[in-house]
Design a protein around this ligand. Structure first.
Ligand SMILES: Cc1cc2nc3c(=O)[nH]c(=O)nc-3n(C[C@H](O)[C@H](O)[C@H](O)COP(=O)(O)OP(=O)(O)OC[C@H]3O[C@@H](n4cnc5c(N)ncnc54)[C@H](O)[C@@H]3O)c2cc1C
Length: 441
């Protein structure tokens, strides 16, 4: 049974918050009928998974979580779109398989991973999630249910990878898993005292390691700004298997919204994170600890104060690269923003989706608590990033203006054309599509 209930929706950033109606049940074909949007576990940060203003129904997919088939010869798996990555990992890691691409949290659904065409620590070695998706079963705006792939309706397929739910509701996902030599990760982390050294190390590690990522401390000033920690890893060989297997770290949860937030709250955390480890650390760890360190703190999004936060994630092309990142840090400092977490990734390729976020270059993701001037900060950053030929990641975004996104995205008209072909009356929409593409609400 599916009842329509009134709900408050927000993304992981807790900004913005909107009221709408939701339908949640096992039968995705039924609950998506007449819905303006599908929503998974709500781990996009901004307004991508929120309904537009007005009386609209959102289909919440999380109860449609069945695994439908698996071919142990090829690693091809088919599942309902509401299956979580956590469940996929739980089933497949011990059996010698892993998802080729996985974001920084496992609390996401397959449908959400398709719709954001997510990237992970393996982006330089595996590309985005969409590279590994073989087919989708989806409901399009006129109500038809179609199977799409590189061979059948290829334009719709590519527009849906990274299309943020605006080209149709994904009902089932077929993807190819990767063999994993063991259920453990051989991980190394290393501290670097300045930003240049950190970026050099990240790019060098990406030549040899399938998984890389770096964390930079932007709360330190002067030469120390941008120092940080590089993490690299690979699945361990069976011979390296530990005598006593590591277990995932115990999770703690932030019990309530921390009422106020300040630079002083986070600076000691950053200092501790930087200094608490040995300069170089090596060891076998559980994949959860390696891939999803942030999941250890449940509801960490409550730490950023009552008004919530946004994550500003952009990629800058190689010609802008690290000097572009430094200019972004300068803008943040000049405007008095408080950049908390800053995660760097080395992207090597463009995604397969028509408006997938990644392209070759350096990606940085920076948490910014919402304050009165945050819109002005994002505007200034977007002015700069657009002028450098960079792009913003919409799955994290709540504040980018339509004109900035258009300036960053030469592929937009092509994607809008495909979207219009399949949905001329704009039956599918979101708060994001009203903000960025001028959809009527
Ligand atoms: C701690 C944390 C770390 C993260 N790290 C990364 C990272 O490293 N890389 C990365 O790429 N992303 C990252 N993300 C973002 C996250 O992976 C994406 O936003 C993902 O889309 C969230 O999936 P979800 O199931 O929660 O989808 P939701 O947030 O519910 O929805 C996201 C989008 O997908 C659409 N959608 C969801 N289900 C369907 C469906 N069945 N059919 C059609 N459209 C659908 C929604 O309409 C919306 O546009 C991170 C998020 C968090 C909270």
């Amino acid at each position: 049974m599916s009842n329509v209930t009134v709900a408050e929706f927000s993304g992981w950033g807790r900004h913005p918050v909107v009221t709408g109606r939701q339908r949640c049940a096992e039968d995705l074909e039924r609950i998506t009928d007449g819905a303006v949007l599908s929503r998974g576990l709500g781990r996009s940060y901004g307004d991508a998974s929120l309904p537009p203003p007005g009386d609209h129904v959102v289909a919440v997919t999380t109860r449609a979580d069945r695994l439908l088939s698996f071919d142990r010869e090829t690693g091809v798996v088919r599942a309902e779109a509401g299956l979580s990555l956590a469940e996929l990992n739980r089933l497949f890691w011990p059996r010698g398989w892993c998802p080729p691409s996985s974001p920084g949290t496992q609390s996401v659904t397959l449908g959400g991973m398709v719709a954001a065409d997510v990237h992970g620590k393996s982006h330089h070695s595996e590309g985005c999630f969409g590279e590994h998706v073989r087919a989708l079963r989806m409901r399009v705006a006129d109500g038809r249910v179609l199977e799409v792939s590189d061979d059948v309706e290829p334009e719709l397929f590519r527009a849906t990878l990274g299309g943020l739910g605006l080209t149709g509701h994904v009902l089932e996902v077929e993807l190819r898993m990767r063999p994993a030599a063991s259920p453990w990760i051989q991980a190394e982390s290393e501290r670097y005292g300045n930003f240049d050294a950190l970026v050099d190390a990240l790019q060098a590690a990406s030549e040899d390691w399938p998984y890389t990522v770096a964390w930079a401390d932007l709360l330190s000033r002067g030469r120390a700004r941008g120092r940080g920690i590089l993490e690299r890893g690979r699945f361990a060989n069976p011979a390296e298997a530990p005598v006593s297997p590591p277990t995932p770290k115990r999770t703690l949860a932030v019990p309530m919204v921390v009422p106020f937030f300040s630079r002083a709250t986070f600076r000691p955390l950053n200092l501790a994170r930087y200094w608490a480890r040995a300069r170089v650390r090596r060891g076998i760890v559980h994949p959860e600890s390696f891939f999803y360190p942030l999941d250890v703190v449940g509801h960490f999004n409550r730490l950023y104060g009552r008004r919530g936060f946004t994550q500003y994630q952009v990629v800058l092309p190689p010609r802008s690269g690290r000097s572009g990142c430094v200019k972004v840090f300068d803008i943040l400092e000049r405007m008095g923003a408080t950049p908390l977490l800053c995660v760097l990734k080395d992207f090597r390729t463009e995604g397969k989706g028509m408006i997938s976020f990644p392209m070759k270059g350096l990606s940085m993701a920076i948490d910014l608590p919402i304050r009165d001037h945050t819109q002005a900060v994002v505007d200034a950053l977007n002015d700069f990033v657009a002028s450098e030929g960079g792009r913003v990641y919409l799955a994290k975004d709540a504040l980018t203006r339509a004109e900035h996104f258009r300036a960053m995205e030469p592929r937009l008209d092509d994607w809008l054309r495909v979207r219009r072909t399949w949905d001329p009356d704009v039956a599918l929409k979101s708060a994001l599509s009203v903000r960025l593409f001028g959809d009527p609400s």
